[in-house]
Design a protein around this ligand. Structure first.
Ligand SMILES: *Cc1c(COP(=O)(O)O)cnc(C)c1O
Length: 345
């Protein structure tokens, strides 16, 4: 059996989730008549402490719609230099919302109120208008970092002092919630818009839910329609989300324990460097420069043994734990890694 640590995007729906999908009551989602979608939106709005929520095909669409609702073309968004918005959404912020992004120099994806203050522009009509601060929790590029609630509160307060709205990219928000014990709604209280992915840690095949005020979601609906994200009998997807919220949240703690076990096992290998203090949730970044073997070569050797990882560049490998990887799989991955890095240079 393959041990797939490439990404938590690679999970397959469990048999129980497939049953929930098969039995889902459905209707016309665009008309607000799909009971499963409606139940999911109510549930996620409550979870995140917001008035309303909207079901969307992907987290990317949540981010892009949120930017376009908060901003007008030519406005500026503040976001961490590693953020998904900048690197992995195919230029969407520029192409769809027409915004500029000013990067903030966070630590492992987490920036501070001082960074927000430091990004302020002088007044006048020469400068782009700043509208929004975007936070990613957990930070993917930062290595699965959890935003401390106090930091979110301080950043949000700094944003409000300057009239900026606050958006949270919560692709892995439930990982942050389980790892920190901070309720999702406590994060939500500081944000004007916030979303969770149903894929990734929650293990669904499709979907994400964006939440905010009633007025924000009403406006977001125009873009959902305009960009082709309004669906029909989407309840078969929402049912998976409801199932995941019932059964796949608490178990994220297992993914975090597996990531730690993996990190500790790999850090003990010669030439492999891991910042163990930085392993907070389900993502592990490894620096393999010390092995004298290029990261893509190591990844190739492991793939031949049925252990799948991703090389980011010549020295960096990323491993992500999830629903489809158990503790035995972690031990197999560590054993295979030990063989791979002791092979020819
Ligand atoms: C995966 C991811 C997204 C995009 O979500 P999709 O559902 O894959 O479109 C956005 N932000 C972060 C931090 C992510 O990891």
């Amino acid at each position: 059996m393959t041990v797939n640590l490439y990404s938590d995007t690679q999970t397959r729906p469990t048999p129980a989730m497939r049953r929930a999908i098969a039995e889902a009551p459905v209707g016309d989602e665009q008309r607000g008549e799909d009971p499963s979608v409606n139940a999911l939106c109510e549930r996620v709005a409550a979870l995140l402490g917001k008035e309303a929520a909207m079901f969307l095909p992907s987290g990317t669409m949540c981010n892009e719609i949120a930017l376009a609702v908060h901003c007008r073309p030519g406005d500026e968004v503040l976001a961490d230099v590693t953020s998904h918005l900048i690197h992995f959404e195919a230029g969407g912020p520029g192409a769809l919302a027409g915004v500029l992004i000013k990067t903030l120099p966070g630590t492992r994806g987490v920036f501070t109120a001082a960074d927000v203050d430091g990004a302020a522009r002088g007044g006048g009509r020469h400068a782009p208008r700043q509208r929004l601060v975007s936070l990613e929790n957990t930070s993917n590029g930062g290595g699965g970092t959890v935003w401390p609630l106090a930091t979110v509160a301080a950043v949000a307060a700094a944003a409000r002092r300057r009239g900026l709205a606050v958006h949270m990219d919560g692709a892995r928000l439930m990982n942050a919630v389980v790892a920190s014990g901070t309720p999702a709604a406590a994060y939500g209280a500081h944000c004007d818009s916030i979303w969770i992915d149903l894929t990734k840690g929650l293990g669904c095949p499709v979907g994400a839910v964006l939440a905010g005020s009633r007025a924000f979601i009403d406006e977001a609906w125009y873009l959902k329609h305009r960009w082709g994200g309004a669906m029909r009998q989407a309840g078969i997807l929402a049912a998976a989300g409801l199932h995941a919220l019932d059964h796949h949240v608490d178990r994220l703690a297992e993914d975090h324990a597996n990531a730690r076990r993996l990190a500790e096992g790999l850090a003990a290998l010669p030439g492999v460097a891991i910042d163990l203090a930085a392993v907070a949730t389900n993502i592990v970044y490894l620096d393999v420069a010390g092995t004298g073997i290029a990261a893509p070569e190591i990844v190739g050797r492991l793939a031949a043994e049925g252990v799948v990882l991703g090389a980011f560049d010549d020295r960096t490998i990323r491993a992500v734990t999830h629903l489809d990887v158990d503790r035995a799989g972690i031990d197999r991955a560590v054993a295979a890694f030990a063989v791979a890095v002791s092979g020819p240079r």
